[in-house]
Write a protein that binds this ligand. Sequence first.
Ligand code: GLC
Length: 401
Amino acid sequence: MFIHWAPASQRGWELSWPLVGGSSALPGGQSIGVEEYHSTAKTFNPVNFDARDIARRAKRAGMQYGVLITKHHDGYAMFHTRESDYGIEHSPYRKDIVRAYADAFRAEGLKVGFYFSLIDWHHADYPAFTDADKPYRFGKWRRSTPEQWDRFLKVMFGQLRELLSNYGKIDVLWFDGGWERSAEEWHSAELVKMIRELQPEILINDRIPGFGDYVTPEQAIPASAPKGPWETCLTINDSWGYNPSDRKLKSPRYLLHALCEVAGKGGNLLLNISPMGDGAIPPEQIDRLEVFADWMTRHQESIVGTTAGLEPWQFYGPSTRRGDRIYLHLLMRPYESVSVRGVNVRRVKAVSVLGSGAKLDFTSQISAVDLMFNKDPIGELIIKVPESALDPYATVIAIDF
Ligand code: GLC
């Protein structure tokens, strides 16, 4: 569960990007004056924020970890920090949101991740982004003096030190915004060294130049699996932050199928939610989490802790694997049977519907020559799938070899 949230959510504005005039990657985003954007900090009082409820929903949806915005490009700290006054401690709410989140997720047995933007469009020494800097153009970022930059780095290192020292074990550090400076300018190597000293087991994503334990494609399911460990992040509509005017909602089934696709390619899905200004989760997002919860009670086994399954030519759909068990995800309705090709058909022990456990009949098709001369023939497994076996969202069939 990705959680994008900031004072700007009170107005239904996307996080950070409106203050630089919007972004073409965020069609539902807005363009807002810098001062007006930052003024939302004064009234931020999310009295309906319930970290335990969010953690429970994540858990029920079968999620394994959270990644909360601790500070987005807008520079607003959702945690108590000595490095800046621009944060939750100085809001009407005052309470440390990051602490509530970390405690609640951990209490549910979920892993705890922090999103942290390297970019800081609010800090004077970064330097802060002003209306005169518009439009935002790639590579055209105003730079501070070396003295200012040193001061900024102290703040950045200081905030990361706070985040990684004051909240217990942190499992994931999810950097963002690395594109505005080089690895040398960020002092990436030194930063990563400090992070690993403070949290030896932490995973660091690939958005800090020069480093990365895993890669993070965004807003799409990669056509083929990226090399190495990966995670794709996806929004429910087209916006990261709460944006009621963005009605391009992905359907629950689309999102569930995305989960199956991502698992079938050996990746993780980081599904985003966007709390409203008062901290509550929008109903259309709750609905989708509920669909995940319902489906995952019956199908978690085919997703969590599995690896990529068969080759794409072996089965028309994503499949996953755990030991001698293959899970087929039926994302289209079968007519009467589904086939799995290129498998050792005589080694199939059982085929069943995940969730109900109902056994399915199967036959095989083997070439005549193999049938006569090969004791262990590779062939086609044909599984009968009756209507009664179909799940309304995605049917999963388990094959035991
Ligand atoms: C992009 C955006 C940022 C968002 C992030 C999530 O880098 O700049 O707004 O938080 O993607 O992946």
